[in-house]
Design a protein around this ligand. Structure first.
Ligand code: NAI
Length: 327
């Protein structure tokens, strides 16, 4: 099949070319949106990633171009107008799990770095500054970690934090029995906000979870709380988080995702003027650590993304059941 592959990077090409044996893949650097959708002309499949905008208008244009399948190479599908795809009778498939370990471990990396300030120590020592001033952290052992969303990633994250000796509280619409048996305590969201020293978000972005972290929830949190978001930017109201940092209510903020990330993340903008004032304000805080949506970025995950996406397309071509179908 002929596949229009949007938002492609060198590492995508490396892994897809390694596992592709049957399809013609046309790689585009451009993201998919209303301005670029015509690039998919004559292709039967489009392959898209997290910051491609698969709106109703884009889906209508894809339909007119002859596209028959939307193959997301991500787990999240909040960037796709699912109702519009259904109305146009274009199936949407995704990669439900490529490496939940990758994201859970990245959340832990953000926690450890923010706490022990290894990013600052690295730069200091390289400049001959061997002082310890302002590098003091705290023991993670014994601290209370609140986990919002205990699906594939959240479960592993809980287990990792239990392994360190943390008390783990969780909130999800469905409690996970194995986690409860392992020592995780499910509580209402308010208790998670009030009791946690560290809060980590692992739920999807939906209408219910958009801005789950806002002025009200931040006001309930412990003074100096550490907030970690490796899930989706829209879970956190950015101006509210800036306010929380200014008052000291948020003592540490680790973000792998950001509400307005699509104009920034995955691109080298080091020679550009960044027009997003919110991210520049966030970057001005000494206790904020931002990575540009790299939670998924391990060798194992990229291999799995390529293999599952190609298997999804193969199943569609063969008329088989689409096991990873969203709609
Ligand atoms: P999953 O679908 O296995 O788990 C999501 C969990 O959230 C489920 O247990 C679900 O019941 C729960 N949930 C749904 N609505 C909720 C609500 N209102 N409140 C609390 N919990 C709620 O998804 P998985 O694989 O664990 O991924 C979680 C999120 O991580 C994805 O939605 C995606 O946004 C993000 N992600 C980030 C990546 C990165 O590179 N930073 C890579 C992959 C995923």
């Amino acid at each position: 099949m002929k596949i229009a592959f949007f938002s492609s990077k060198m590492y995508d090409r490396e892994f897809f070319d390694r596992y592709n044996t049957r399809h013609e893949i046309i790689y585009f650097d451009a993201p998919l949106n209303e301005q670029t959708v015509n690039l998919a002309w004559d292709c039967e499949v489009i392959c898209a990633f997290v910051n491609d905008k698969i709106t109703a208008a884009v889906i209508a244009a894809l339909k007119a171009s002859g596209v028959r399948l939307i193959a997301l190479r991500s787990a999240g599908f909040n960037n796709t107008d699912i109702a519009a795809a259904k109305a146009c009778d274009i199936p949407v498939v995704r990669v439900p799990a490529y490496s939940p370990h990758a994201v859970a471990e990245h959340a832990l990396a953000l926690i450890l770095t923010l706490n022990r300030k290894t990013h600052k120590a690295y730069n200091r020592v390289r400049e001959g500054n061997f002082s310890l001033e302002r590098l003091m952290g705290f023991d993670l052992f014994g601290k209370t970690v609140g986990v919002i969303g205990t699906g594939k990633i959240g479960q592993i994250f809980c287990t990792n934090m239990l392994g360190i000796g943390c008390k783990v509280l969780a909130f999800d619409v469905i409690a996970h029995k194995d986690l409860e048996a392992a020592g995780v305590e499910y509580l209402p969201l308010i208790d998670i906000f009030q009791q946690s020293d560290i809060i980590s978000l692992h739920c999807p972005l939906t209408e219910q979870t958009r801005h789950i972290i806002d002025q009200n929830s931040i006001a309930m949190m412990k003074q100096g709380v550490m907030l970690i978001n490796t899930s989706r930017g829209g879970l956190v109201n950015t101006p509210a988080s800036i306010e929380g940092l200014k008052t000291g209510r948020i003592g540490y903020l680790g973000l792998d995702v950001y509400e307005q990330e699509e104009k920034l993340f995955f691109n080298d903008l080091s020679e550009n003027v960044i027009e997003d004032d919110d991210i520049m304000r966030l970057l001005s805080f000494p206790n904020v650590l931002i990575t540009s949506h790299q939670g998924f970025f391990t060798q194992e995950a990229l291999a799995e993304i390529a293999k599952t996406t190609l298997a999804n397309i193969k199943a569609f071509e063969a008329g088989n059941l689409l096991v990873n179908r969203v709609v």
